[in-house]
Design a protein around this ligand. Structure first.
Ligand SMILES: Cc1ncc(COP(=O)(O)O)c(C=O)c1O
Length: 414
């Protein structure tokens, strides 16, 4: 056979011979891209936006380890460790606690796909972009969505919610603990109890707040809680954390219809995460290496202690607030008690375009800060101090950068 191919190569010319050698049956229409023949280049950036944050050095090392199979017993041990880590950071004893193979949006979809059925009334706090997203997903499921719309920078009181619960009789209420688009910290004490009095489950997004400010899933009566890997946890984006109370689990296991997503079907996920006491069977290939990183992030928090992590964020962010006010900037959230200790929103100062400031800080200091998002777009600049990035030294760096940007970018000078 090889001799025949060699003869073909001599008689038919190099291109045809090439096909013969590689067994290709067609000529390639797309050449290897030039771009991929150049080495990968990653700039060295300080990520002080609302997330993702820089990876913690130990998380980086964990993510550089070799693959094992997603169904190997060592991997199941890592998944069990992660579950315990999530129970710790969520402060819950819920057995149905696991990581989702997907970013924070995936955890939001997992919550809504599994809890809501078509026609279910769904009450949503829309005081920023995350409520908008929850309402959008609820509509796609065919739930009867009742958005409670507020301007960015505001939160929901128990009294407001009680009126809405009485009026709409929802099966589920969505609130965002850390509204990263506006820098608001939503209080949570008493909200779970209130929901349960109205036979409603409470779903909370803690993507931008987890480990930066207290949350007590069981004691606060939260039925579904999710978070992300890429904020205070300093892990790569692409995995998220989720937990369901027994009440929420009961709603899932007594559904009349199947959840629209197979990938996010919680009964399947409960099995591969060892939450249902049955032998684990293949559902999807979990992101093995990302899970190493997530485990390491949770280990770092376990070593530091939750209270120390909360204190670190509160103190460093208070220092940031003082320095920002020292520059003459205004914090977007007026009430200090409602300011998120992870992501700070600063009102865009008069006479400036927010884009000029963000670009200046990136181009001259290699520091990422961002503008607003959704309803806060154009109104704010956002600075995140997340996990290992939450240091006074980083505050000093970003303040220096902002000071220079404010001198150079004023439109009034033009
Ligand atoms: C509060 C909040 N919820 C949800 C998300 C969505 O997470 P992801 O971008 O990981 O899908 C984010 C992302 O910034 C967030 O800040």
């Amino acid at each position: 056979m090889f001799r025949a191919l060699a003869r073909a190569s001599a008689t038919l010319g190099p291109q045809v011979a090439g096909w013969a050698r590689t067994m290709a049956t067609r000529q390639l229409l797309v050449a290897p891209p030039e771009a991929l023949l150049r080495p990968l280049f990653i700039p060295n950036r300080l990520l002080l936006g609302p997330g993702p944050s820089n990876l913690a050095p130990r998380v980086l090392v964990a993510g550089g380890q070799q693959m094992i199979g997603h169904m190997h017993k060592e991997m199941f041990q890592i998944m069990d460790d992660i579950k315990q880590g999530i129970q710790y950071v969520f402060q819950t004893k819920n057995p149905l606690t696991l990581a989702i193979s997907g970013s924070g949006h995936c955890a939001l979809e997992a919550s809504l796909f599994n809890i809501l059925e078509p026609g279910d009334p769904f009450l949503v706090g829309v005081n920023g972009i995350w409520g908008q997203r929850a309402a959008d997903i609820g509509e796609r499921i065919g739930a009867r969505v009742h958005p409670m719309i507020k301007d960015p920078g505001n939160h929901y009181t128990l009294q407001e919610l009680e009126e809405a619960l009485a009026q709409h009789k929802p099966v589920l209420l969505f609130l965002t603990q850390g509204e990263s688009s506006s820098g608001v910290l939503q209080p949570l004490d008493g909200y779970g109890e209130l929901c349960h009095r109205y036979n409603c489950l409470l779903l909370v997004d803690s993507v931008a707040s987890l480990c930066g400010t207290p949350i007590y899933m069981d004691q606060q009566g939260i039925d579904v809680l999710y978070s992300g890997s890429q904020k205070v946890l300093n892990s790569p984006p692409g995995t998220s954390l989720i937990s369901f109370s027994d009440k929420a689990k009961n709603k899932i296991y007594t559904r009349k219809t199947k959840p629209v997503s197979f990938y996010l079907d919680m009964k399947w996920l409960a099995n591969i995460w060892g939450c249902d006491g049955k032998p684990r069977i293949y559902h999807h290939t979990t992101p093995v290496v990302s899970l190493y990183s997530l485990r390491e992030s949770l280990a770092l928090i376990a070593e530091q202690g939750l209270e120390n992590s909360w204190r670190q964020h509160r103190e460093v962010t208070a220092y940031l607030h003082g320095r920002l006010q020292g520059l003459g900037l205004q914090l977007f959230v007026k009430d200090p008690a409602l300011r998120l200790p992870t992501v700070t929103a600063v009102a865009v100062p008069a006479g400036y375009d927010w884009r000029d400031i963000v670009n200046y800080v990136m181009d001259h200091f290699d520091i990422e800060i961002t503008g607003g998002l959704g309803p806060s777009m154009g109104k704010v600049l956002r600075i995140g101090l997340l996990g290992c990035n939450a240091t006074r030294e980083n505050v000093d760096r970003v303040i220096r950068a902002l000071q220079e940007a404010l001198q150079r970018c004023s439109r009034n000078k033009l």
